[in-house]
Design a binder for this molecule. Structure first.
Ligand SMILES: *Cc1c(COP(=O)(O)O)cnc(C)c1O
Length: 351
């Protein structure tokens, strides 16, 4: 095709990241993209309405100062340690662009978030995928330092497994790597621990967070980075001038201000996660112990793809994943207790 010559070779060979299905209309129970099953804090809508009423004529604050101040208080850092983005995907893009050049190496664990690989490809970088060990710890290869290594991503908790690499292990990794280590803490609010204190200790540690999952705001698009200020100042140069819009800044600031809402929501999701895991095991699934708002499971007898398709025909969406070298399985988001009842009722007729 002639139009292909317009594109950089990296883009021509790119497959592109495929997000989980987002059916428009239809009455699916959606347990496939780890959205929160509950509505966000009511203060979020109030704040957005207020911003709408005062008008959208002016450009938003390029640094989202109001959010940085509130988030800094919540996390125990200073506002200069925070960079806001249009979802944490935007943060991951900024970090990749800033650190990794053409032909250089971006290290990823596998299986994990597929988008990382796409970011490396767009950049013309080489992504080096290193398989987790069977117990979901990192193998020695993840600690090695080839000359072109520029950045390592580690989702913690990981997706699709929901497992956590311990803080001691992460600290050790950051000390040994010669390059920045980005901890993607998209699911950390659902976990027993996080690594924010490591950012203070080690310049190399950067943490991305999102309001999409634990704050129930996937549609708002807001995420942020926590890193030492001398890094943030440079990363600001890479971002779009107005990467967060006025409505999302207002909504996100109200959301992070409502920590009571967060605690109650997380407690509910964690309780249902436990119920889900126990019930799946009773139906013959092997369930990986999860620290996130989803579980990864496989059935002893029924192939995962068949179960996925059968559930979908019955109006219930889960995520089917198939990884090279590692195999397939189902990633099921923790929904409401009523959604869980519907899932279990269907599964009981299938397995
Ligand atoms: C959902 C998810 C994100 C993306 O979050 P957005 O803020 O919605 O862009 C990042 N990393 C992982 C591992 C995720 O699962």
């Amino acid at each position: 095709m002639s139009e292909s010559r317009y594109f950089r070779p990296e883009i021509e060979s790119l497959v592109g990241y495929t997000p989980g299905e987002q059916p428009q209309g239809g009455k699916f129970i959606k347990l496939n993209t780890n959205e929160n099953p509950y509505p966000p804090s009511p203060r979020v809508l109030q704040a957005i309405r207020h911003t709408l009423e005062s008008g959208l004529v002016r450009y938003p604050d390029p640094l989202a100062t109001a959010f940085r101040q509130r988030a800094a208080e919540v996390l125990g850092v200073e506002p200069e340690w925070i960079l806001c983005g249009n979802g944490s995907d935007d943060i991951l893009t900024i970090v990749t662009r800033a650190f990794v050049g053409t032909g250089q190496i971006l290290r990823l664990p596998s299986p994990s978030y597929v988008l990382y690989h796409t970011l490396a490809q767009i950049q013309g970088a080489r992504s080096e995928e290193i398989d987790f060990r069977d117990d979901w710890t990192l193998p020695e290869a993840f600690y090695q330092s080839p000359p072109d290594l520029r950045l390592a991503f580690l989702p913690n908790p990981n997706s699709p497994s929901g497992t956590v690499v311990s803080r001691a292990e992460v600290g050790d990794l950051a000390r040994r790597l010669p390059c920045p280590l980005l901890l993607d803490e998209a699911y950390a609010d659902f976990a027993d621990s996080h690594c924010v204190d490591l950012v203070r200790e080690q310049e190399r540690v950067l943490i991305s967070r999102t309001l999409s999952k634990s704050y129930a705001l996937a549609g708002l698009r807001f995420g942020f980075l926590i890193a030492q200020p001398q890094l943030i100042r440079r990363l600001v140069k890479v971002k779009d001038s107005y990467n967060c819009d006025a409505l999302s800044i207002a909504g996100a600031t109200a959301a992070i201000d409502d920590q009571l809402w967060l605690r109650e929501n997380v407690a509910r999701v964690r309780a249902t996660r436990q119920r889900l895991a126990t019930a799946l095991e009773a139906l013959g699934f092997t369930v990986t112990p999860s620290q996130a708002n989803f579980v990864w499971c496989r059935h002893a007898e029924r192939p995962a793809r068949e179960l996925y398709e059968q559930l979908k025909r019955n109006g219930l969406l889960v995520r089917y994943m198939d990884y090279p070298r590692w195999g397939d399985g189902l990633r099921i988001s923790v929904g409401t207790d009523a959604q869980l009842d519907a899932l279990l009722a269907l599964l009981k007729t299938m397995v």
